[in-house]
Design a protein. Structure first.
Length: 142
């Protein structure tokens, strides 16, 4: 199963304070462990929300909202995409993570939807379209 591990933002990350060399080295070693275990599919850090935008939808209307955004603890500062056998394995790997922020911090683990999760709403036509799109993305990256 695939999970997204969200690194929650902190005041420091939202203020644009960059990680120390020591933290970058620790994260590099941790990411290497994830790669060697065949778990890591992707992972990146994100710029502060002050550099971001939100798009609010209301029917046909779209409103662009400039960052920064409130509720720092609800924002995301980075992510990993992992392939694990179950949530327990994801939690075990997350517990091995170096503290991603200078002070208290939090990771959130969320399961990624798979095609089977959509049941009858995923018609064969929609499934075929999704398969074609995934193949096209994969081939464009190779």
């Amino acid at each position: 199963m695939r999970v997204m591990v969200l690194v929650k933002a902190s005041k420091e990350s939202e203020d644009g304070i960059m990680p120390t060399t020591e933290l970058l080295e620790a994260m590099g070693r941790y990411n290497e462990e994830l790669v060697n275990a065949g778990i890591l599919l992707a992972g990146e850090g994100l710029h502060p929300s002050s550099r971001g935008k939100r798009i609010a939808f209301d029917g046909p209307n779209r409103t662009v909202i400039d960052g920064p955004f409130a509720q720092v603890g609800e924002l995301v500062a980075g992510f990993w995409l992992w392939e694990v056998k179950d949530m327990e394995e994801a939690v075990a790997w997350a517990k091995r993570c170096p503290n991603p922020m200078p002070g208290p911090s939090e990771l959130e683990i969320r399961r990624v939807f798979e095609a089977a999760d959509f049941g009858d709403a995923l018609t064969p036509e929609v499934a075929a379209l999704e398969d074609r799109l995934r193949e096209k993305v994969a081939s464009s990256r190779s």
